[in-house]
Design a protein around this ligand. Structure first.
Ligand SMILES: Cc1cc2nc3c(=O)[nH]c(=O)nc-3n(C[C@H](O)[C@H](O)[C@H](O)COP(=O)(O)OP(=O)(O)OC[C@H]3O[C@@H](n4cnc5c(N)ncnc54)[C@H](O)[C@@H]3O)c2cc1C
Length: 233
């Protein structure tokens, strides 16, 4: 971004010139628009969209400093032939301070296979310093301690790390604590971007930033800000 001091990876360009706004996605696709709903978190907007002219620097900093909830987090999922822990009267839920997973839940389908998933309780940089194979081995060992030997033989294992997902997290999220963001109070109040940009993803919600309820709230508020003539019916 022109005039900003942090490193960005622009996938989208939005250019405003002579009261005309063009959006280019870099895939030989270009759009022309009067109003743009920003359906991604503020931090991701500043990281992945190049604005020309640049956003006001204070506004860009404020957006960049708004964390995306859950962006630093990761989950481990282990699939089993059956939810064997239930045979022992165990729920599959656990809070654990020994091992990589801090919070574990039964993620089984209603019938058939069983599954356990856990949120990692270790920071991004620690997760990334261990191979996926090593990380899975530590997770399995933890599940064995909690639920018994049968946990050692999952039929499938997955790790989903949002901190490495470029459509969710930026490098700034890697060190975050994943706490709820306070929605940025401001949108451009002067200049070419005034009345053109409208935040509509969860982290723009004043009431419930970061939650699914926030996504609904922000999108609802965003649509009310559109001129009557173009509001969806
Ligand atoms: C692990 C985890 C657990 C969660 N648990 C809960 C919970 O228990 N309760 C709760 O209320 N909420 C929870 N959430 C949060 C909830 O999922 C989000 O608040 C909600 O999905 C946000 O919806 P959204 O429409 O604002 O954004 P998203 O659903 O994130 O949509 C943004 C979209 O923008 C796309 N995108 C990003 N960058 C680009 C780009 N450059 N080009 C094109 N597309 C792009 C993304 O791929 C994505 O599809 C959780 C989130 C995570 C990650």
């Amino acid at each position: 971004m022109v005039g900003s001091s942090y490193k960005t990876e622009h996938y989208i360009e939005i250019e405003s010139e002579n009261n005309s706004t063009d959006i280019s996605t870099g895939q030989m696709t270009a759009y022309h628009a009067q109003h743009i709903l920003l359906a991604m978190p503020p931090r991701l907007v500043t990281h992945s969209i190049a604005f020309e002219p640049a956003l006001p620097i204070d506004l860009a900093k404020q957006w960049q400093q708004t964390p995306t909830w859950m962006a630093p987090h990761a989950k481990y999922v282990a699939v089993y032939e059956t939810p064997f822990w239930r045979e022992k009267g165990l729920s599959g839920s656990a809070r654990s301070g020994v091992g990589p997973l801090t919070e574990i839940h039964d993620a089984s389908a209603l019938y058939g296979e069983g599954a356990l998933f856990g949120f990692f309780g270790i920071p991004t940089h620690v997760r990334q310093s261990v191979s996926a194979t090593g990380l899975k081995a530590h997770c399995r060992a933890q599940l064995v301690r909690l639920f018994g030997e049968a946990a050692a033989a999952p039929t499938a294992e997955y790790i989903k790390d949002w901190a490495t997902d470029i459509f969710t997290a930026t490098p700034a999220d890697a060190n975050g604590d994943g706490q709820h963001a306070v929605a940025p109070a401001t949108m451009p109040e002067t200049g070419v971007w005034q009345d053109c940009l409208i935040g509509s993803a969860s982290e723009w919600s004043v009431a419930f930033p970061g939650y699914i309820a926030g996504a609904i709230d922000a999108a609802t508020v965003a649509v009310t800000r559109l001129p009557e003539t173009i509001k969806p019916r």
